[in-house]
Design a protein around this ligand. Sequence first.
Ligand code: G1P
Length: 293
Amino acid sequence: MQKVKKAIIPAAGLGTRFLPATKAMPKEMLPIVDKPTIQYIVDEAIASGIEDIIIVTGKGKRSIEDHFDNNLELETNLEEKGKLDLLEKVRHSSNVDIHYIRQKEPKGLGHAVWCARKFVGNEPFAVLLGDDIVQSDTPGLKQLMDQYEETHASVIGVQTVPDDETHRYGIIKPATKTGRRYAVDTFVEKPAKGTAPSNLAIMGRYVLTPEIFRFLDKQETGAGGEIQLTDAIQQLNQIQRVFAYDFEGKRYDVGEKLGFITTTIEFALQNEEIRKQLLDFMADKVTEQLGPK
Ligand code: G1P
């Protein structure tokens, strides 16, 4: 059996939800506390044992490449000043190589993944979406890779969402359940409100076999007029088993404003340097806005 060694991180989206911040800056570079969102994703891939990452970028995404490059001038400066903790933060792991390819037209997630087909070749591979940050004891992607090793089949990460949110996600119709793993009857992208076959939503982590490209090659459009990865997975499930895995851990949605802000607060509260002052500030704010309890 081939091991999963490569990962695709699509990062070509226009970031319209964060305009004007994303007019001249990629949304993937927006920081949660002090780290760009895309670095959380890259760190998860590395922690899962991925050896090669390809980031699918688009126009105006150059700063992502700069971010994952070495910055010798900065490193020398920090070293000379003895700021070793910061030096540690700006140096990148040498356990992974990061490659880049451009998606030349915004045709959807399925198309972004298809752009990386030559990089993937004939191997199983991972996909991690930048809008979903996962915190867990075992990295989210690693949990799926472990399932792949057991099943030799594609595995899609899912978690339960409330009824009023199912229309925002890819949703599965489960068939049978073994532990946290589901055999899947159907995958459907963004079902209309009230029509979702379950509350199990795809959460931006995938391990896929290379046969997925047979279906992405067709370039068929689906929900929102885009080429959808979920539709290709649905077709793959007709010729090979595709499992869904309800992974452990907390997933943060940083792809929209409220999620981005609440994630920032939660991560800031995990940061000992600022936790206490932030809590005091929040307590004051709550009293100011809502009155004393
Ligand atoms: C994408 C996928 C969807 C998935 C979601 C998770 O949608 O198409 O299946 O549930 O990511 O965040 P997007 O949020 O990019 O519209």
